[in-house]
Design a protein around this ligand. Structure first.
Ligand SMILES: *Cc1c(COP(=O)(O)O)cnc(C)c1O
Length: 436
């Protein structure tokens, strides 16, 4: 199995120690499962790897855009970690979970004035500043609120990570950040240092997502380290915090390579020490921002099989009672997933099919070319590794209520996000008087 929290037992698929067929019975479908113990294990893997690669003052920041709900922040606040948010909504969720504002980093290429005011007013730790307009706006808003706001600046290190275009963010033409290559970054930093109501604490980069090799991360680390040395030599500026982003890949398919978070982090640590130990730069506090690699393998989605359509000699469609509204990733970028018939997990997989969703779009597909035992109506389908960028990207398309999230904690299931009801769908609707 692609992850060791998944097993087949007595013909049923088990996840985090529990029978998924029983879970589907208890909670209905579609339902998203969340392996809480695995999540905390992944968090500890990052903490341990970073402490040994970068020293005691380093810490991971969880990129909450991957999966965001209140209980998750309640869990995280007990750990030596920070978090990333990219909107007032994510910030509000984290604060509602009791996560301390000073360990929150606010990202995004287009923070609104309201986002900035909200962040400053709750005492957020850092804004990761993306562009000059935003820098001046943060300075203005912080000044008006009578505070000095800590910031990092987001740079594009011009690393071309071998990954798909939609999530490739470290290149010169990216919509994110300020380029080092063109000299824009240095000008930006001079401006930031001249402002009264912001304090520049360091640098950030994020090169992309679903990256399996250490190489692009090492290249980015080297570029950022060189720039730290350059800033020290030219401006006398010392980078206190160096945030090297997220992007470590996860296995969606059996054929995907195994990834060692510890190894990749260790390679980055070696590169940074190589560059900085013999330089005038003081070794900075390092941050990494994993999203996917903290939550993806903690998630599994359970659906029920509905209509089955066999187009003779062409294709077999197996439709489930969810789809792009809860997992848009195949529709967005042909994302691969492993699909298993959970209630007949021991049977031979000799039936080729396309697992489709229930939305009124031909593109509403969970996965093409899947091999399953020939399914029948009411069978349970499990889609693996759905913890990242599924629930957080879910929509109400076709007015479908969002599924619940059931956390499994030491073998016990608990609802941490309840299933939406039909009434929830109307919660923002206002009906005006209609003239007779
Ligand atoms: C998306 C994102 C992350 C997390 O990326 P993963 O691939 O999920 O680890 C981290 N930092 C920033 C700035 C991001 O935009």
């Amino acid at each position: 199995m692609i992850c060791n929290n998944i097993k087949k037992e007595n013909g049923h698929l088990h996840f985090a120690g529990l029978d998924t067929v029983e879970l589907a019975k208890s909670y209905g479908t579609p339902t998203m499962l969340f392996d809480e113990d695995r999540f905390l294990g992944n968090v500890n893997t990052y903490i341990t790897a970073m402490q040994s690669a970068f020293g005691e003052k380093s810490m991971p920041l969880y990129a909450g855009k991957a999966l965001c709900f209140t209980h998750l922040y309640r869990l995280l606040r007990e750990y030596n970690v920070g978090i990333d948010v990219v909107s007032s909504g994510e910030l509000f969720t984290a604060l509602s979970g009791g996560f301390p504002a000073e360990r929150i980093y606010f990202h995004g290429n287009n923070k609104t004035d309201d986002d900035i005011s909200f962040g400053v007013s709750v005492g957020i730790g850092y804004f990761v500043c993306d562009n000059l307009d935003e820098l001046l706006k943060i300075d203005e808003i912080a000044g008006a609120q009578g505070v000095v706001q800590n910031i990092l600046v987001r740079l594009t290190p011009s690393v071309d990570a071998h990954t798909y275009e939609a999530v490739n963010t470290g290149k010169l033409d990216s919509k994110f950040g300020v380029a080092i290559e063109t000299g824009a970054a240095e000008e930006f930093i001079k401006t930031a240092l001249s402002l009264k109501s912001v304090k520049l604490c360091g640098l950030h980069c994020h090169i992309g997502s679903q990256i399996f090799d250490a190489e692009p991360f090492v290249m980015a680390t080297n570029t950022m380290a060189d720039f730290c040395i350059h800033l020290k030599n030219t401006l006398g500026y010392n980078v206190e915090i160096l945030n090297l982003g997220g992007g470590i890949g996860v296995r969606y398919l059996e054929s995907d390579p195994e990834v060692s978070i510890a190894d990749i982090v260790a390679e980055m640590g070696k590169a940074l020490h190589n560059k900085l130990d013999s330089s005038p730069v003081e070794f900075p506090e390092v941050r990494l921002e994993p999203g996917r690699s903290l939550v993806a393998d903690c998630g599994m989605t359970l659906y029920s099989v509905g209509a089955i359509k066999e187009i003779s000699g062409v294709k077999n469609y197996v439709s489930v009672n969810g789809g792009m509204a809860d997992n848009p990733r195949f529709a967005l970028y042909n994302a691969p997933y492993t699909v298993i018939l959970a209630n007949r997990a021991d049977e031979e997989c000799d039936y080729p099919c396309t697992v489709a969703g229930r939305c009124c779009e031909s593109g509403d597909v969970i996965q093409e070319n899947v091999m399953l035992p020939r399914p029948v109506r009411s069978d349970i389908i499990a889609v693996l590794t759905t913890g990242a960028y599924n629930y957080s990207m879910a929509s109400h398309y076709n007015r479908l209520p969002k599924p619940p999230i059931v956390a499994i904690r030491q073998g016990k299931p608990e609802i941490v996000v309840r299933r939406e009801t039909l009434k929830d769908l109307l919660s923002c609707d206002i009906v005006l008087n209609v003239k007779e």
